[in-house]
Write a protein that binds this ligand. Structure first.
Ligand code: ADP
Length: 489
């Protein structure tokens, strides 16, 4: 578990602040954020010890210059360590962040060649990756580099006694080196985190060790395997490359899939909260109107108004249920499409006429269609459903009023439908998400606008089910245009 990964992802909000520290223009104390300054008592000694170990390693290599085959072997392990460092693995259940398999190659260098070579491989592999990732704050890069050099040096010194012995010595050297690297890494990392969070050092260390002990054992076994194979012949050790790459790819795939599931789970929870609210509102109105009608002698206009509430709210409930069922059919790929040549203008006019009855003051809704538009290959009911969804959204998200325009035009063998509003708009980074199931930009309904977050998902799925495509262009505060194209019949 390298600290790079840990300070990248494992520390929650504090970590991300640690990560995104702005680069100070000059290296003055005041230019550093308070949190960074808190970590200096750990970072400075680690960086100092790392620098000292690196200088000592270079000196030792100059004094006792290694032969050509050693240089070649170290270069191979350095390339492997740098690649592994550049692509760390997120391991499920390890809350200390992504794991870098670079440790395998650094410790292998320590167990095969000695501490100076290991310190150099540690230094170069992390320094190259840190330099390539320029966004990282220098203090983090300095700490990570210092930590790697220290851990590699300690691993080399710890394994020294068994290095170059018989088979069991080699196994012990690999294991002891791994354990030493791991302990230094965990201890220094816990020290910096504990200081950052004002926690007890031993409690932090205990937490990290508990969650990383299993991956450590896997890494230690891989190191021992590599060292033993290398002892037979460095070329034989290439056989571990295949399994390593497979493990790496599989882990990444698994992690991405789990992330998607977690996000979906979160959205589902949000959906349950939203749908409960959406169901309760019309039910309360219907219940209230029914009670009044039951208890009192209500006549004339009041009676008509109460009955209108009952029918409007019941229709709203039915629409809500339709949406949920439609989404579930689309999800299960059981939605049926009855594609036929369809007059888009006629369908659009019907959607606009229906929407006009619900138009609030200050809103204007127009239909603009090119003359002699060709018919589209579409399911008329689905096309209407899409246009109704888009128009309802345009109305809902135009709280200040303004003009809504539905327009139809033709281009190369497609007809384009657009619904443009002058409402609240959608920021660029949110535009891709709004088409996802249950996704609402305002899940807590702070704006008081209800919805299930299913309308756009259903609309896009329906458009794609009719061999079309859908997209949005929008600017926050200026309005949005939702467009889709369907093939000409
Ligand atoms: P909802 O039922 O919440 O309206 P949709 O899937 O139709 O669900 O829309 C998803 C989210 O996209 C909405 O919650 C809203 O934040 C945003 N959105 C949709 N249409 C518009 C629009 N015309 N203007 C601004 N935001 C919109």
């Amino acid at each position: 578990m390298d600290v790079k990964g840990i300070s990248d992802r494992g520390l929650g909000t504090r970590a991300s602040r640690f990560r995104s520290m702005p680069l100070p223009r000059r290296w003055s104390r005041d230019a550093l954020p308070a949190e960074t300054r808190r970590t200096l008592p750990i970072v400075v000694p680690v960086a100092g010890a790392g620098a000292f170990a690196a200088v000592a390693a270079i000196h030792s290599l100059i004094v006792d210059w290694p032969g050509g085959s050693t240089l070649l072997g170290v270069a191979g392990l350095l390339v492997a360590a740098t690649l592994a460092e550049a692509f760390p693995l997120p391991i499920e259940g390890v809350n200390a962040g992504a794991t870098s398999l670079a440790i395998v190659f650094i410790v292998a260098t320590a167990a095969i060649y000695g501490w100076p070579e290991a310190a150099l491989v540690g230094l170069l592999s992390i320094a190259l990756v840190e330099l390539a990732e320029r966004k990282r704050p220098p203090i983090r890069a300095i700490f990570n580099t210092g930590l790697y050099v220290c851990a590699a040096t300690v691993a080399g010194l710890a394994a020294e006694h068994w290095r170059g012995g018989d088979l069991w010595d080699i196994v012990i050297a690999g294991f002891v080196g791994s354990a030493a690297f791991y302990l230094v890494n965990m201890a220094l990392l816990s020290a910096v985190i504990a200081r950052l969070r004002s926690e007890n050092f031993f409690a932090t260390l205990g937490r990290y060790v508990t969650t990383t002990i299993l991956p450590f054992l896997v890494i230690a076994s891989l190191t021992v395997t590599l060292v033993v194979l290398w002892d037979r012949s460095p070329f034989v050790s290439l056989v571990v490359v295949g399994p390593l790459i497979t493990i790496a790819l599989y882990e990444r795939w698994l992690h991405r899939a789990l992330d998607r599931l977690r996000e979906f789970d979160r959205l589902k929870d949000e959906f349950i909260a939203v749908i409960s609210h959406e169901l309760r509102t019309p039910l309360t109105s219907v219940y209230g109107a029914a009670l009044t009608l039951q208890k009192q002698e209500v006549r004339g206009e009041t009676r008509t108004a109460l009955l209108a509430i009952v029918s409007d709210e019941a229709a709203r409930l039915a629409r809500l249920l339709d949406q949920v069922l439609s989404a579930s059919r689309l999800d299960a790929k059981t939605e049926r499409f009855e594609i036929a040549p369809t007059d888009g203008v006629e369908v659009a006019r019907a959607a606009v006429d229906a929407a006009r009855t619900r138009l609030s003051d200050g809103l204007e809704l127009d239909l603009v269609a090119e003359s002699s538009l060709p018919q589209v290959a579409a399911d008329p009911d689905k096309l209407r459903q899409i246009l109704v969804n888009l128009t309802e959204n345009a109305i809902k998200y135009s709280p200040e009023g303004g003009r809504i325009e539905m327009s139809l035009s033709s281009a190369d063998s497609v007809v384009r439908f657009s619904v443009r509003d002058e409402g609240i708009g959608i920021s660029a980074d949110e535009q891709a998400q709004i088409f996802e199931r249950f996704h609402r930009l305002d899940p807590n309904m702070t704006r008081g606008v209800g919805g299930t977050g299913l309308g756009l998902y259903i609309s896009r799925e329906l458009v794609e089910g009719m061999r079309g495509r859908m997209w949005v262009t929008s600017a926050e505060g200026e309005g949005s245009t939702f467009s889709f194209e369907l093939p000409v019949a």
